[in-house]
Design a protein around this ligand. Sequence first.
Ligand code: HEC
Ligand code: HEC
Length: 220
Amino acid sequence: MKNMKKQLSALSAGLLLGWLVTGCATQTPSAQAPKTTKPAAAPAVAAKPAGVRSPSMLANTCAGCHGTNGASAGKIMPIIGGMEKEYMQLVLEEFKTGERDSTIMGRIAKGYSNNELKAIASYLADQTWVSSPFKADPKLAAIGKKIHEKQCKTCHEDGGRVQEDDAPRLAGQWPDYSLHYLKDCHKKGRRCAPRKMGSRVMKLSQEELNAMAHYYASEK
Ligand code: HEC
Ligand code: HEC
């Protein structure tokens, strides 16, 4: 128990540090890319985002952290390639306005017009989801599965593969990211958009949250 708690808090510290290290190394050039590549004809970009900077060029900026075509290879960076288009657009716009908490994404999203965010979301949604190669702990995954069946599957159907009603794909996500999200949800009780999810997550222990993350990672 104690050990688990230690591991968990080490993980959250690691998450932040990881983002600072892996994130910042790639962030400066990535985050600035829009400015440096921006052509002089700025109004044309706003009117026709796909024209001057193609969606794939725009999405290139994301690759430094989220991997090529959103297939993140970094344990703590969420996989976003193949994420449902409307959901991703919503998330990006919320990062931009600050409605959704973030460490990094708020600043990044601010570098784009809403039309550009839409084009990026559309491009990334068209990519194939590549599940993380993470080998989940079978014992934890089994505990997570039980909870999932009782409390989560109404919205996250088919082991978390189905994306609908604004619920993103969970199957195959990096467990460190899922756990980070759930812990945040647990702490603040508000980042979980639907109340029903928030109140369920709040009732789970830290160990159970970890089990959920392992379960979804085990569903490829
Ligand atoms: C410097 C690293 C970095 C870059 C570059 C980056 N991201 Fe992120 N992204 C993150 C981090 C870290 C998070 C977790 C939220 C946070 O704390 O900012 C995240 C979260 C997200 C999420 C939420 C995923 C989920 O499952 O909840 C989406 C969507 C996203 N990013 C899209 C993008 C897009 C699109 C781009 C390119 C325009 C991009 N990101 C560029 C680091 C980055
Ligand atoms: C009432 C429907 C509903 C229920 C029940 C529900 N969820 Fe969710 N879940 C959602 C929605 C909607 C989102 C997207 C929220 C947002 O905008 O950040 C989400 C997001 C998530 C995410 C973040 C994924 C990501 O990549 O950003 C995780 C992890 C998650 N849910 C796990 C769970 C677990 C574990 C349970 C059961 C204890 C559960 N959910 C129950 C609807 C639900």
